[in-house]
Design a protein around this ligand. Structure first.
Ligand SMILES: [Cu+2]
Length: 300
């Protein structure tokens, strides 16, 4: 309840992306547990980009995200298309791999409840396409995370609307555990303004399980700030299972939503947590929040 109150107060949610965590979630594409092609570049890009919130702009650093549609009909799957264009409006076709993918697409309902982590495919003209599931009426934020060859890693964001009778979705209260299918995930954290260590433990039937490599890491974390949906960078701290730890900067007091993508038994699932970072003046750690889980999206 306390969290709910705070939520109401805050309007902004930021999304933080944690680390290796790339949000890589799942949605599209076979889960590959391949090697780590993207790692080195990720580290580099992280350094370049710093820890500033991302995803707030549709255009930045000479690149722009152009979506094929800004409104989608409710209740039916869609193919979503977009391009990344340069200052001259020319579609970019050369991207570096980040966490084993050339581009990561996060689709998030504005209420921070529905989440998909997808990996679109690009044709030779630079048009990206991905299948979206049937979406409920509402407003969605779409984040594209990518690194044009020779440029810095960027996260651009745009909005997509699904017209219809919008059912208000409440952000789950802060909690330290989340369940998804028959898994229970526990978050260990003491949220403060600034750098945070965020650890996740996955259990099934009361037993801790080791997650499987997914996109070159033991898990991926995306952090979003409520209110403005800022997408925050999170870095994996240790990659060993069973406990998967990330370090991420939560730049301000406020409410954040963490999406932890993990793979087990060949299926990628997402555990979502609401985390409240108290004001500097208040006692630290009063609230880790709660969670809920959204099912994650499997690859296809
Ligand atoms: Cu991804």
């Amino acid at each position: 309840m306390r969290a709910a109150t705070k939520l109401a107060t805050f309007a902004v949610v930021v999304a933080v992306v944690f680390g290796a965590a790339w949000a890589v979630g799942a949605a599209v594409g076979p889960v590959d547990v391949g090697d780590d092609t993207g790692h080195a570049s990720h580290a580099t890009s992280s350094a370049d980009a710093g820890t500033s919130p991302r995803g707030l702009a549709v255009a930045q650093a000479g690149y722009r995200l152009v979506s094929g549609s800004t409104s989608l009909a409710a209740g039916t799957p869609h193919q979503f298309t977009f391009r990344i264009v340069d200052d001259a409006g020319i579609a970019v076709t050369a991207f570096q791999q980040l966490h084993e993918r050339a581009l990561h697409l996060i689709v998030l309902s504005r209420n921070l409840v529905d989440y998909w982590h997808l990996h679109p495919t690009m044709d030779s003209s630079g048009e990206w396409r991905v299948d979206l599931p049937s979406l409920a009426p509402g407003s969605y934020r779409v984040f594209a995370d990518f690194q044009p060859t020779g440029a810095d890693n960027l996260t651009l964001g745009t909005d997509v609307t699904v017209p219809g009778d919008v059912q208000p979705g409440e952000l789950p209260a802060a909690a330290t555990t989340a369940t998804v299918d028959d898994y229970t995930v526990t978050l260990t954290a003491n949220p403060v303004v600034g750098d945070n260590e965020l650890s996740f433990t996955v259990e099934r039937a009361g037993e801790v399980v080791s997650t499987e490599p997914y996109l070159g890491a033991a898990g991926h974390l995306i952090a979003i700030r409520a209110g403005d949906l800022a997408f925050l960078h999170v870095h994996p701290h240790t990659g060993e299972s069973p406990v998967v730890t990330f370090t991420g900067d939560l730049p301000t007091a406020g409410t954040y939503r963490l999406f932890f993508d993990f793979s087990h038994d060949g299926v990628v699932r997402t555990a979502a947590f609401t985390v409240v970072v108290p004001d500097d003046m208040s006692m630290p750690g009063t609230t880790v929040s709660e969670t809920s889980m959204s099912e994650s999206h499997e690859d296809h």
